[in-house]
Design a protein around this ligand. Structure first.
Ligand code: HEM
Length: 212
């Protein structure tokens, strides 16, 4: 059978597109793993400062919040840049936010609290910044668990989207957690809070705009 020349061109363009997407995803994987690799590298070289646990807690907390905000920026950016393919990175970025949140949580329960669960429960109940961080992390759990195509099908697109709006609440609690824990210099949590407010506003303004 002789293939149609245009058909071949279309198939080649599709395969080039798939290759470019696979390459772009590999780059995102590598970039998202850099902060964890830097921590491991510094750990081996004993360059985590005088308080390594604090250093790891701060680095993983920062990256959880940054990746949550980057994930939230995908939707408005794909509309503003008229680049609908960006949406294909959202799930990956969201899962990396969860990954760093999990490392942050692990640092707390293993290195900070030494698996002392009664003390941890007391800490969560007593210190408002820990309550906010813990709630923010809890909200991420169902989102990470239902991030697969199978769960989108099972829940139905609309219900899945409603559930995944909780990422805004999780990010807001992450900002509050940060704001409550800093003692005097509130510049960074306020900066992250302003980005979150801008992203929420962009979401509302662009709600009806097409993705391309
Ligand atoms: C299980 C939940 C969590 C616990 C127990 C927890 C605990 C902590 C602790 C103990 C600190 C260090 C406080 C200090 O040095 O005074 C911290 C810092 C931080 N956490 Fe969390 N956290 C949790 C969840 C989260 C989540 C979900 C986010 C992001 C959305 C987050 C973002 C941050 C940030 C940005 C910092 C400050 C980093 C810095 O100072 O550079 N945390 N957290």
């Amino acid at each position: 059978m002789i293939a149609h020349p245009l058909g071949n061109t279309g198939a080649r363009a599709r395969s080039d597109g798939a290759k470019a997407m696979a390459l772009a995803k590999t780059v995102v994987w590598i970039l998202a793993l850099v902060p964890a690799a830097v921590l491991i590298w510094k750990g081996f070289r004993q360059e985590l400062g005088p308080n390594p646990i604090e250093y790891i807690t701060h680095a993983t907390g920062d990256w959880t919040l940054r990746l949550l905000l980057i994930t939230l920026a995908i939707s408005p950016l794909r509309k503003i840049l008229r680049f609908p393919q960006l949406i294909r990175f959202r799930r990956l970025l969201g899962l990396f936010a969860f990954f760093y949140g999990f490392l942050h949580f692990l640092t707390y329960i293993l290195l900070d609290q030494f698996l002392d669960f009664p003390a941890m429960l007391q800490d969560i109940g007593k210190r408002p910044f820990i309550t906010a961080g813990f709630t923010s992390f809890l909200l991420l759990l169902p989102l990470a668990a239902t991030s697969t195509a199978g769960w989108i099908r099972r829940l139905g697109g609309k219900r899945w989207q409603q559930l995944h709006r909780a990422i805004y609440l999780s990010a807001a609690l992450g900002v509050l957690h940060y704001y409550w824990l800093v003692k005097s210099d509130i510049r960074m949590p306020v900066f992250y809070g302003a980005i979150l407010a801008a992203l929420l506003s962009a979401r509302l303004l662009l709600r009806r705009a097409p993705a391309k």
